[in-house]
Structure formats: C-alpha cells, structure tokens
Write a protein of this length. Sequence first.
Length: 574
Amino acid sequence: MRRCCQVILSPTRKHRPRKGNHAASCFCTAGFGLPDWFRNPKKDVGSIDDDNNNDDFVLPITYDSVEQRSHGGSSRPLSILPGCSTPASHEDAEFEADVDEVSRVLSSRFASPEAIVIAMDCCPVRVSARMVDKILRRFGSDWVAAFGFFMWAGAQEGYCHAAGSYDLMVDMLGKFKQFDLMWGLISQMHEIGGLVSLATMTKVMRRLAGASRWTDAIEAFHKMDRFGVVKDTKAMNVLLDTLCKERSVKRARGVFQELRGTVPPDEGSFNTLVHGWCKARMLNEARDAMKEMEEHGFKPSVITYTSLIEAYCMEKDFQTVYAILNTMRSKGCPPNVITYTIVMHALGKAGRTQEALDVFDRVKRDGCVPDASFYNSLIYILGRAGRLEDANSMVDEMCRSGVPPNVATFNTLISAACDHSQAENALKLLVKMEVQSCKPDIKTYTPLLKLCCKKQWMKILLFLVCHMFKKDITPDFSTYTLLVSWLCRNGKPAQSCLFLEEMVLKGFTPKQETFDLVMEKLDKGNLHSAKKKVQLLIVQAAAAKHTGSSYLRKDAAAAAQNCSVVSNTCGHES
DNA sequence: TGAAGTTTAA
C-alpha cells in the first residue's frame, strides 16, 4: 500500500495563506493542535506517542496566530498556545496587525533584499522603531528578509532609523558574514551623522573575529576613529576581549604590546588577558600576565584569581583550586559567589556531588549571598545526579531567599526532566514559565525538541515549533542540524527533509555529514523523489556558500519551486 | 553578552 506523507515546506501559490485566515492555513488538514493529554494531564504520557497513521507534517508558514481550533471554542485550557494574549489597547492591536502583515510578506521567500523592498511597497503599515526592532528580532535567522525590510523601512517618509536599529542590523549582517553589506551600512550611518558608536564597532569586531577574520577585526579597531569613535582604553579592551574569546589570545597579546605606547592599559586589560590565557589552558602565560599586571601597579583582584581557579578546575586539579582559595583569603581578597559557582560546578561535573554540595554550606558560612546563577548551577548538579525532586525544591528555596528563578533555571529543569524522559513535567515547566512571564529562549526548546524526535511525537514537535515562532525564537544552525539528524535517526526521514530545506532557504549551509545522513536514510527507505530534492539542496547550499552572495535565494527559490519538498508527496515509490 | 560563573549538544 502506498503511504502518503505530505510534506509542505514553504508557501506556494496554492498554499499561500489568505489574509485574515492565515492561521487555518498554517497547517494541513490532518491537524495540529494542543495534544489531548496536555489539556488533560492525568492522561498517561505514553499515550501522546504520535499515531503513526498520521504522517501529515507541515511547518508553519506564517508567524500569525495559531488558531484556537483545538480548543473547540469553549473554555480556555491551561494553554501555552501562541496567540492567546489580547493586545492591551487599540494602538497595540494596530501594531500587532501591522507586524503580522509585514511578517506575512516577508515569509514568502524572496530572491534578494531588493525584491523585498519592491514587495513591501504595497504594504500599508506604519513604520516605527518598535516595529523595526520587533521584525529584526523575529527574522533573526533570515538576514535577507530582515535587511530587505530594513532598507524599505529606512526609505519611508517621516521615519529615520534609530542608532540602535542600525546596530541591530549591523550585528545581523555580521552574524551571517555579509561583511560588505555591513561596512556599507556603517558608511551610511557615518554619513547620516555620527551614528557609529563604540557599541557599533564592538559588534563589528566581534562578528569579524567570530568568523576567524582576526586581522580584519584588528583593522576595524584601527580605523574606527574615521567614524568618529575614539581608540581609548575601553575600545582596546573590547578588541582584546574579542580576540581572547574568539580563540586568538596570542593576537590579543600582540595587539596589547603594539598599543601599550599609545593606549594606557587598565586593570580590565590585564584581567582580560589573564582570562584569555586561562581559557586557552596556558597557565604559565596566565601567571606571566599576572606578574606583568603587578609590575604595572595593579594588584590581582578576585576576578584575576577566579580566572585562574577556573583554569585549574578545567584541569580537575582541585588541590591547587583549594590552595588558591586559601591564598585569596590570606591576601584579603576573599572568593565571591562567582568563584564558588565555578568551583561547585566543576566538582559537580567531575562527579564529586557531595563535595559540590559542601560548597553551598561554605558559601552560607562565608556570608556570601547565593544568586540565580549559583542556584542554577546547584540545580544542574542535582539534576545530573538524578535528584530531580531536590532540584525542583531548590526553586522554592530560591523564591524564599528572594532570588526569582530565571530562564536558565527553567531551562536547566526542563533539560533535566527531558533527560529522564519526564515529558509531562518538562511541558508543565514550559507552562509555568509562561505563567511567571519568563520568556523562553532557544535553549528552552532544544531538549524538548530532542525528546520529541526520539519518541517520534510529531504533533508535539510541531506544536513546539509553532510556539517558538510565535515567541520570535527561530531555530539556529545547530538546532536545525539537530532536528534534521534526530528525525533522520528516529525513522522520520521525510520530516527531516522539511527542516533541511527550511535550513538551506534560510541561508544556512548544512554540514556534509548532515546531508550524508539524510541521503543514507532516504536511500534505505526508497524515497527516491525526496533524494533528488536533497541532491538539489546540496547544490544550492554549495552555490550559496561559494558566492556568499545576497542573491543566493534566486536559485534557492527557483529550485524550491521545482524540487518542491514543497507541496509534494514523498511516498514509497518502488 | 562580552574583565570572572549557570542552562542545549556534537
């Protein structure tokens, strides 16, 4: 029997959502909704296992509200459904409608930012800094859409981009390695009138170094006075920190030696270097930097010692760690909550759970006040040791101590619950976040997505993906990679292709092994037409990577039309 | 995000 597995990825004419009823067109008829067990938590979690006779799987194609059809229009369930909130005022409602309208336009794949500018011209919305901010964040993993919108918005009468919006766009172009466009924007900012700040140049330097263009990052520092940004100690420290954090502490030392005659270093400059050497696990150099620090008249501080302690923690040399702690106390530079967090965490990770918990007592004895990160680390250790109840009760202790749990707290708990296959508890925590107005991030979803892939819970996976979109959290490169490979390994190769195509269309270049894995599984499943499509994707991705051009989508969009993992049937074809 | 610490995952 031919099993039909409809996979729709991006909007085609046929599936283009109609205005005003986008929600219903988000999903194919087979239905995606809040799972029953979720509204009825008493139901056995085992029953959420996806019914395998329902393979319809469609990614959300708009960012509009997901419809409430799963509620049957009656009482509102305990819901983390996106789109439930009602705008506070008429103005808010108008804003939300405009944002949805822009999102609808941008969600159709365009060949270039210029094509978006043209398409946007029939979009009657009111541009504001708030809207630009919202759209840039929402399309944070789609630079073509974001930049097209940004150019269009900047050309609207009565509106000028704020410096902060420019910085956001600069950062995004840098994130996607569109450095020519990035520099073009910087020039524009400068010509308009002094909009380039150290904040702007910080993003430039960090993105360049992040792309292993260390020399360009240093060059950017040298030429920043052309844009009216002063090359002072603060600016130098940013460059040093950037180089250290982006795997090039030796270049940082070079820059430091070169600049020392013109830019006076401060305590921060030395601490940055010490930390850089420590992270690179080059302890002799770290100690040398500490000596040099003292020669310059700066005493090593709690920050300096903490960096050193962290390095010995990485070496699992706890004897030296305890010795440094004693030195600190004797020198009148006692460890603080950050120092203790590092030590406790390292002990926990090394499996020395009890010793780690003893640090908690020491902290209290020292009169040191635990903060959220400290508690989060403690929760992580308890979760790792399988003590989930203790981990959860730690949240109560946090609240009692006046330290409210934050995203990382929930993420840690959710991750621990998922690790122990406690899906229901994990999802309850997601609800609790919503109730406590704690905004989830990508790390909130990753363990949940992983669990869904493992268990083949396709409906819940889709539910979560929609929930993410509504919260303006789009999968990043590693999340896409993980979704593709997990689905593949867990018997859902067709669904895996969806994410693979989405990934390529968004301008990410999947790793060769990701392609290889998908091809292998499609081969095994005799999914020949899907295989052809993936072969096309490989070509597209390679072409996009090679040209690095902003027009990569011209091919991608055209290929998507033909290749159509879009509105297509990948069944067994033999 | 960024002079030190916590959460994903290969």
